[in-house]
Design a protein around this ligand. Structure first.
Ligand code: HEC
Ligand code: HEC
Ligand code: HEC
Ligand code: HEC
Ligand code: HEC
Ligand code: HEC
Length: 462
């Protein structure tokens, strides 16, 4: 009897335990227990161009708190990520509301080619990102602080201010001169009434001369200062002919690379999408801006002022979140920063895709720039090699022929990096002459761009 109850008890305990584990696994949501590191990689590769892991909007609502919004709907969530329209067809009330608020703004999310296990990794990462991951709140790595960015925005305003300063100065001078005239006319009128002799009509030049004579010291200090100023400016202009390092034209919109690339981790090629496949890197059209700015109408630095210029270009009403019908759209007219002469051929894809050269090797720490500018060698060379793998330090000013040539002399080619080189290598190996060429090239144990013809005039000149 005793033994039976004992056995019975064991069975009950076993049954309860089994039930508990089953219950636990079905309650252990898809937001936990995945591989965070894998999830981070998958998230960056598949989701980060539209979603942040916080509540901030990018080109779609942020995924912060997603575990609560979809609590108890794991299967439906997996379905949503793999095929949003199919998930919407389920008629779920939350999805209905999600679609109603977001699809008019961002369009439908495209179904993602990720497995259920991968989604578990991603959602675990979203819920419990490792410390120091881009939470969006604290600036990532070495981003500029809000204060630094504000100072730059103000500097931008000041350059407009300087023109006003000059205009106001000229207006004041005109007023001063006419006031002097009026003063004299008044004095003459009084003199006339009192029968005194009239004051002679004095030319401006004569009175200016008299004034300058009276203020000799002041005038000579100003004179010496102006002379030195123009001498220095003139000299450096002469020395810099053909060198435009540091060139930073003003731009129609206060666009900040720092805010987009550093704070929000938008990839260079999201905006300069043709850099990897064609000659030009290209400047993004207003439509690219709208992918995100349909949802973001305010910035931390400039408020609504600058983003409003995007809406003015494309005809979008941020109040109704609608495009204005029949609006005459006009592109934002960005001023070109880099400009090689017409006789030079330069190809981005060749360097970015085939040569595997980082944008920052040629354009400097763009993640800290406001508007684009032509990098100086100092900026390029002083970057952290951890930021720019394989950083090659050069000595000639950027965009000069010496710069291209020097890099072609220093940059090594990895012959295994492309089929093109492998093919060439095989052809060389097939003949005695080819084998000698390979020996010559490999004498110093490395293959540079120069040795592959990177110094031939015709490669760079039309
Ligand atoms: C091209 C842009 C884009 C990409 C890439 C993208 N999404 Fe989305 N996602 C959206 C949009 C837009 C919505 C809002 C609903 C809509 O408009 O379809 C959304 C909604 C969601 C939602 C529901 C949000 C909520 O608040 O309930 C989840 C969850 C989600 N996405 C997960 C993912 C995951 C995970 C990935 C990567 C595997 C991903 N998305 C990739 C655009 C994108
Ligand atoms: C080997 C040096 C080099 C690398 C690497 C490089 N660029 Fe350039 N980039 C240049 C030069 C040189 C120009 C000027 C081209 C001209 O005036 O025709 C330029 C021009 C540009 C322009 C102006 C528009 C245009 O297409 O002329 C943009 C934008 C740009 N680069 C972005 C990028 C991005 C993004 C990357 C990385 C994906 C990159 N660059 C990589 C050298 C480089
Ligand atoms: C991938 C998404 C994305 C794209 C594409 C994008 N932006 Fe932004 N933009 C953002 C985010 C995020 C912010 C930061 C909002 C904030 O300050 O909280 C921002 C902020 C801004 C600001 C305000 C800066 C401030 O703090 O005052 C301006 C102006 C701006 N963007 C212009 C542009 C222009 C012009 C384009 C197109 C060339 C563009 N953006 C493309 C995401 C994007
Ligand atoms: C959100 C969109 C966006 C992203 C991301 C972005 N850029 Fe730009 N970029 C622009 C816009 C808009 C301009 C034109 C205005 C200007 O010159 O600042 C520009 C200009 C430039 C220029 C100067 C082009 C010229 O006229 O010669 C260079 C170089 C450049 N970007 C490089 C980069 C690099 C490198 C990255 C990544 C580290 C990057 N950009 C990321 C939008 C972007
Ligand atoms: C930071 C280094 C670097 C700079 C600067 C640079 N290049 Fe290059 N360039 C390379 C590399 C690496 C390759 C080889 C790519 C490959 O594997 O084919 C290359 C290849 C080329 C080729 C093809 C050569 C061939 O044999 O087919 C041309 C043309 C070229 N570059 C033009 C230029 C011009 C023009 C400039 C200056 C405006 C320039 N490059 C600046 C690194 C550089
Ligand atoms: C790797 C690319 C490259 C190669 C190879 C190259 N050049 Fe150049 N060359 C340039 C660039 C870039 C400029 C424009 C420099 C500037 O605007 O300051 C230039 C400018 C010139 C100029 C005009 C001078 C000037 O200051 O504008 C002449 C002439 C010239 N190159 C001749 C040659 C000759 C001859 C060869 C062959 C021995 C050659 N180049 C090979 C890139 C190259």
């Amino acid at each position: 009897m005793m033994r039976f109850t004992e056995r019975f008890h064991h069975r009950v305990i076993f049954a309860v335990a089994t039930f508990m584990t089953m219950a636990f696994t079905s309650f252990a949501s898809i937001h936990e227990g995945g591989d965070v590191a894998k999830g981070e990689q998958l998230f960056k590769a598949n989701c980060a161009s539209c979603h942040k892991i916080t509540n901030e909007v990018l080109a779609a609502p942020g995924l912060g708190g997603i575990d609560q919004r979809w609590a108890g709907k794991d299967a439906l969530l997996v379905k949503w990520i793999q095929n949003p329209q199919a998930a919407a067809a389920s008629g779920d009330a939350y999805i209905k509301q999600l679609v109603a608020t977001n699809v008019p703004l961002f369009g439908w999310m495209a179904g993602q080619a990720v497995t259920e296990a991968e989604i578990k990794d991603i959602l675990t990462y979203v819920k419990t990102p490792p410390a120091g991951a881009a939470g969006g709140a604290a600036p990532v790595n070495n981003c500029q602080t809000l204060e630094e960015l504000k100072a730059e925005a103000e500097k931008n305003e000041e350059s407009d201010g300087f023109i006003w300063f000059i205009i106001i100065g000229v207006i004041l001078a005109i007023i001063a001169v006419s006031a002097a005239n009026i003063g004299r006319s008044l004095k003459n009128a009084m003199n006339e009434r009192e029968g005194l002799p009239m004051e002679a009509e004095v030319g401006y030049w004569t009175s200016a001369k008299a004034w300058m004579w009276k203020n000799k010291t002041f005038v000579s200090i100003i004179g010496v200062f102006l002379f030195c100023y123009f001498a220095v400016v003139g000299y450096s202009t002469l020395m810099d002919i053909g060198v435009y390092e540091g060139y930073t034209p003003t731009q129609p919109v206060w666009f900040s690379h720092s805010i987009h690339v550093c704070q929000n981790e938008v990839d260079c090629q999201y905006c300069h999408s043709s850099a990897a496949k064609s000659k030009h890197a290209g400047i993004p059209s207003v439509n690219v801006c709208m992918n995100c700015h349909k949802g973001i109408n305010k910035g931390k630095i400039t408020g609504e002022k600058e983003i409003a210029k995007i809406y003015a270009a494309i005809g979008f009403d941020p109040a109704t979140k609608q495009y204005i019908q029949g609006y005459e759209q006009k592109p934002i007219e960005w001023n070109k920063v880099h400009n090689l002469p017409d006789h030079v051929y330069f190809n981005h894809a060749q360097h970015v895709t085939v040569g595997k050269i980082d944008c920052k090797q040629c354009h400097g720490p763009v993640q800290q720039y406001t508007v684009g500018h032509q990098a100086t060698l100092d900026e390029i060379n002083s970057q952290d090699p951890a930021d720019v793998p394989g950083l090659i330090k050069l000595t000639k000013p950027t965009l000069t022929m010496g710069w291209c040539i020097e890099c072609h002399n220093k940059a090594q080619i990895d012959l295994t990096s492309s089929e093109y080189y492998e093919e060439m290598h095989n052809r060389f190996k097939a003949s005695a002459l080819g084998q000698r060429t390979i020996r010559d090239i490999m004498e110093d144990g490395e293959v540079t761009v120069r040795e592959m013809g990177g110094w031939e005039c015709g490669k760079c000149h039309y």
